[in-house]
Design a protein around this ligand. Structure first.
Ligand SMILES: *Cc1c(COP(=O)(O)O)cnc(C)c1O
Length: 372
């Protein structure tokens, strides 16, 4: 009876896998299923470059595998950012690269470090490979380099830092990023997640790509999901020392950027005018929206300074973040309330069109008056 099956037996997932809580995506509908204007996932309100959409429509023969190495796309990305394409690795979204970075350099018994109120994928990436996630204290919702460095132990293998950070919008200047890097042992991989880097004013370079070009232990990731308006195509890229790029290339999916992804991404990179317009729209509308929220400071409304395409608003007065989250649904908007990330007082709102942001700011003002 060697083959007999005990009907109670079942495959046992690894402890560290069973402990993972699935990523919670931004919603697009309300509780009763009505479709709402989605300002919960930091997508581009301007949509996608017209040239990219045109390229997507004629992407090629779907019966054929795509280029396994996304060569043309890597060359185009390298040209924009002045990076040797050999030092660029593509990912099915930058999420794939974040997970692969943890998997390649950390495992059971190791620690993966990031700051409190960091991107929720870091917790999953750490646990997926059996490592222990370690969370450094923040400094008033921003990244505290000293606190991060104080959490480094002999078991630390990977440090994640999103700059700008999601969901806080906070940003570390170049000198601080350099200080963080200089304080880490050379055998610790520093992953600088630049998902929102293209939203920075050109004067605000944090030196991440520079570090990736010269350091042995830095991986910088970028995505097409945010400013390029291609979240649905799942395209990300990373750059760092050739040994890191080589390692990630060995374990990524062999054809990890689809045919349409490569064609669309290529046309999108070549349309930098769309990126410039998106950055400008974002910075104007974010400034205008934040000014309106700051005028509600006496009601305990506190927008955190943001360099990204969203604002995290803290509600520290009579009106709660939950009330605003629910109230905005009545106006037709879904935003991101974050109790699951330890931020029950916080509401993250993606910068949309001017009409949308004006309507939301006014709605919050009306709710403040009613809550007094
Ligand atoms: C949105 C986001 C990403 C991008 O994920 P993709 O898989 O590329 O869509 C990565 N990091 C942070 C911090 C983000 O907010």
């Amino acid at each position: 009876m060697d083959n007999a099956q005990d009907s109670a037996a079942r495959p046992t997932p690894k402890d560290w896998i069973a402990g993972i809580h699935a990523y919670v995506p931004g919603k697009s509908t309300g509780a009763d299923g009505q479709v709402l204007t989605k300002l919960s996932a930091n997508e581009n309100p301007l949509g996608t470059s017209a040239a990219a959409l045109a390229a997507r429509a004629v992407a090629g023969d779907p019966a054929r595998y795509p280029d396994p190495d996304s060569n043309e796309l890597r060359v185009a990305i390298g040209a924009v950012h002045n990076i040797d394409p050999a030092r660029i690795v593509m990912g099915t979204g930058s999420d794939e690269l974040l997970n692969l970075a943890a998997q390649a350099y950390a495992g059971p018994g190791d620690e993966v470090l990031y700051v409190r109120y960091g991107f929720s994928v870091y917790d999953i990436a750490a646990r997926r490979c059996g490592a222990v996630p370690v969370i450094a204290p923040d400094a008033d919702y921003g990244t505290d380099v000293d606190a991060l460095l104080a959490c480094v132990t002999e078991r630390t293998r990977v440090v994640f830092l999103a700059n700008p950070n999601n969901p806080t919008g906070s940003w570390l200047p170049k000198a601080e990023v350099e200080r963080l890097h200089a304080g880490l042992r050379g055998d610790i991989l520093l992953v600088l997640d630049g998902a929102y880097a293209e939203y920075l004013d050109l004067a605000d370079d944090d030196g991440a790509l520079d570090l990736a070009a010269r350091a042995n232990n830095v991986l910088v990731t970028h995505t097409f999901s945010k400013i390029y308006g291609l979240a649905g195509e799942r395209i990300g890229w990373g750059t760092g020392h050739p040994a890191i790029v080589d390692m990630l290339n060995r374990i990524r999916g062999p054809f990890n950027i689809s045919l349409t992804g490569q064609a669309t991404g290529l046309a999108a990179v070549r349309d930098q005018a769309f990126v410039v317009a998106s950055r400008q729209h974002n910075s104007e509308q974010r400034t205008r929206f934040v000014a309106r929220l700051e005028a509600l400071g006496n009601h305990g409304v506190r927008p955190l300074p943001s360099k990204a395409n969203f604002v995290l608003i803290l509600f520290e007065g009579a009106l709660s973040a939950e009330q605003v989250y629910l109230g905005l649904m009545d106006y037709g908007y879904i935003t991101r309330w974050l109790p699951g990330q330890g931020l029950p007082q916080g509401l993250r709102i993606t910068i949309g069109t001017q009409a949308q942001m004006d309507e939301i700011a006014e709605a919050i003002r009306v709710m403040c008056e009613a809550a007094k």
